[in-house]
Ligand binder design. Structure first.
Ligand SMILES: [Cu+2]
Length: 160
């Protein structure tokens, strides 16, 4: 275990030292908030950096029936969520999908998200006017309460 941790720390240090030279899309800090039994929606958060300008057009994961990219807008004094087609990625800029009202909604969870679990997901991007690119990543499930407020009651908007 200790050996793995040291290797990971070295790798992280190496990546941190050359962020501007990355030539592929990087997904970091991916996590999902743990859900209660019976809760069928969740939120995935991650930071993504693309060396070239593009956009995130889709996210998928085997643990949810569908995944939507959501944004929060203020309507008549209330915050509302709505699905959007894509999130723009400026070149070489870390975009936090979870800040600024944007978030990734997991709809129809097939199992509860338990703290400590690792959940695979795939991000589909369109780079420039060119073709599609997919990036595989994993999200760590974190216990409820580990984040600062503002997202409470999220599931309420998605009740079925
Ligand atoms: Cu949402």
């Amino acid at each position: 275990m200790q050996k793995i941790l040291i290797t990971a720390a070295l790798a992280a240090g190496l990546l941190a030292s050359i962020p501007a030279m990355a030539d592929s899309v990087v997904v970091e800090d991916a996590w999902i908030r743990a859900t209660a039994p019976g809760q069928d929606n969740g939120a995935l958060r991650f930071t993504i950096t693309s060396p070239k300008a593009g956009k995130v057009t889709a996210v998928s994961t085997p643990v949810a029936a569908s995944v939507e990219i959501h944004t929060m807008t203020r309507e008549g004094g209330k915050m509302k969520m709505r699905a959007i087609d894509a999130v723009a990625l400026p070149a070489d800029t870390a975009v936090d999908l979870g800040a600024g009202g944007n978030h990734i909604m997991l709809i129809g969870l097939k199992q509860p998200m338990k703290a400590g679990d690792s959940v695979p997901f795939t991000v589909t991007l369109q780079i420039g006017d060119g073709g599609k690119e997919t990036v595989e990543a994993k999200a760590e499930v974190r216990p409820v309460g580990g984040e600062s407020g503002g997202h409470g009651g999220h599931g309420m908007h998605h009740g079925h």
